[in-house]
Design a protein around this ligand. Structure first.
Ligand code: ADP
Ligand code: MG
Length: 290
């Protein structure tokens, strides 16, 4: 490719909020036939809100939310901001946290008032030998597309929280455009099977759920080994390995510094339709060169 055509192409992208890191990315993008998309923050708005607090006996909503929000206050995950926002709205004072640890794609751990607190998915609580007793509330909340978080204090399960994250308004239209362009789309998510299935069926796309960040990268690799040219779009809280593995990593503009550095393409406004625009830009640039 000539440097001039590439400069024109990347310049045109920039005016539309599409940042293309280098010539190689622009050249490769027209060949993309498979697009893997993260759920949270990519297909959904990534601005979840707390819908449900179910404390166990001995706790009330306020005491449960205080403990959980205190811990989540140190996390940068979108789920965490939903929880701290809810605590703020209810004017709940937060407690001090020691030894904060983030377990990527699973949840958070810390010490509050001398007791270990764990908030996250089932796998995280199980890894601390905590038994979750939540009846069948969990599955019905997940069936509504909500993400359920479990909380424990010491060795004891103290309640669950559910968070809803609406699908982006632009997502349906973007998916239609991908189909029209002959790109297959698969949702990949760290969220659980039932929640993922509820969202995927609203969008009518295939999905793989319960994935660690590393597993997402392995799925990219699997499609690549079948000969696909793969783009991966993610908000990047923990999609960095998959973004790096893909032929073209697409960082959504709402994402973190990590993803912005990893992405070959950055969509500043987080609108998936920018992917179709970027691909057209790539096609036009390459045909100008040929
Ligand atoms: P996605 O692939 O949808 O972006 P993530 O990989 O970021 O999801 O997270 C996977 C799961 O890990 C979440 O659905 C949640 O159950 C749990 N999790 C991750 N971060 C946190 C956190 N800060 N607090 C509680 N749970 C978390
Ligand atoms: Mg994510």
């Amino acid at each position: 490719a000539t440097p001039m055509a590439i400069m024109v192409g990347t310049g045109r992208g920039a005016t539309q909020g599409i940042l293309i890191r280098n010539a190689e990315t622009l050249e490769l993008f027209e060949k993309v036939d498979t697009l893997l998309v993260d759920k949270t923050g990519t297909l959904t708005e990534g601005k979840p809100s707390l819908t449900t607090l179910l404390p166990v006996e001995g706790f009330n909503e306020t005491t449960l939310l205080r403990i959980v929000a205190s811990l989540e206050n140190a996390s940068e995950h979108p789920l965490a901001s939903a929880i701290t926002k809810a605590a703020h709205e209810r004017q709940i004072d937060l407690l001090a946290v020691l030894d904060f640890q983030s377990h990527t794609g699973r949840g958070v751990v810390g010490t509050i008032e001398g007791q270990r607190v764990v908030v996250g998915n089932e796998a995280l609580l199980h890894s601390f030998d905590i038994v979750i007793s939540s009846g069948d509330q969990t599955e019905s909340l997940r069936g509504e597309g909500k993400t359920v978080l479990f909380a424990a204090q010491g060795d004891r399960f103290i309640g669950l929280l559910a968070v809803a994250d609406p699908i982006k308004e632009s997502a349906q239209e973007a998916l239609r455009q991908f189909r029209d362009s002959g790109i297959r789309v698969i949702m990949v998510t760290g969220d659980n099977q039932t929640t993922a299935s509820a969202i995927a069926s609203l969008l009518d796309i295939p999905f793989e759920a319960g994935l660690s960040p590393q597993k997402k990268a392995e799925i990219v690799e699997r499609y690549q080994s079948q000969g696909a040219i793969v783009a991966m779009a993610g908000d990047g809280i923990n999609d960095a390995p998959a973004l790096a593995q893909a032929h073209v990593g697409i960082a959504m503009g709402t994402g973190t510094g990590v993803a912005l550095e990893t992405g070959g393409i950055v969509l500043l406004c987080g609108d998936l339709r920018g992917i179709v625009k970027a691909r057209r830009l790539s096609q036009r640039t390459m045909s100008n060169i040929r």
